[in-house]
Design a protein around this ligand. Structure first.
Ligand SMILES: [Fe+2]
Ligand SMILES: [Fe+2]
Length: 187
């Protein structure tokens, strides 16, 4: 069981993960409109990751006999100045999400809710990875500066990013992730 307060906090986090997905989908669309297909791919892979983050919360709330209550998703920005602008905004947003996860972890600790602490630990680790990825790309974009050849090389690199998370949640995201992990281990 989770407390009503925790249920509300996790529902809020679903909304924030859905907004993250929406934001990266918007960035992907913008990249496509500027011909940066590799960047568009990177953001669409990120979209799928955020959907998994939302779905994991959705299933956790249900497993704990809670109620999922979906809130309105805010409209994301549609236009951006440059790839560096997009990744700066991505990093800012991920720092906000990290803060949001930390607040939920603080609540779980204060409520002595051990199950939710263990559940949220996955998100704590995930946020370290996401901020690192964004920082790495920002460093490369700063080195590239106004060099179009450098930008095209990075675009080709980002085109290679594959979606490693499940995209079919019809049997549940945890089941799909477990199947993916065992497929990965044998294949
Ligand atoms: Fe996320
Ligand atoms: Fe994220």
């Amino acid at each position: 069981m989770i407390s009503p307060k925790m249920e509300e906090a996790l529902n809020e986090q679903i909304n924030r993960e859905m907004y993250s997905a929406y934001l990266y989908m918007s960035m992907s669309s913008y990249c496509n409109s500027t011909g940066l297909k590799g960047f568009a791919n990177w953001f669409m892979v990120q979209y799928h990751e955020e959907m998994v983050h939302a779905m994991k919360l959705y299933e956790y709330i249900l497993r704990q006999s809670g109620r999922v209550r979906l809130k309105a998703i805010q409209e994301p920005p549609a236009d951006f100045e440059s790839p560096l602008d997009m990744f700066s905004k991505t990093l800012d947003h991920e720092r906000f999400i990290t803060q949001s996860i930390n607040e939920r972890m603080d609540l779980a600790v204060s409520e002595k809710d051990h199950a939710t602490q263990i559940f949220l630990q996955w998100y704590v680790n995930e946020q370290v990875e996401e901020e690192q990825n964004d920082n790495d790309i920002i460093t490369q974009l700063k080195l590239i500066g106004d060099n179009p050849q450098g930008l095209m090389m990075l675009d080709r690199e980002l085109a290679a990013r594959l979606t490693t998370v499940p995209t079919d949640f019809s049997k549940g995201v945890e089941a799909a992730m477990a199947a993916g992990a065992s497929a990965g281990a044998t294949g």
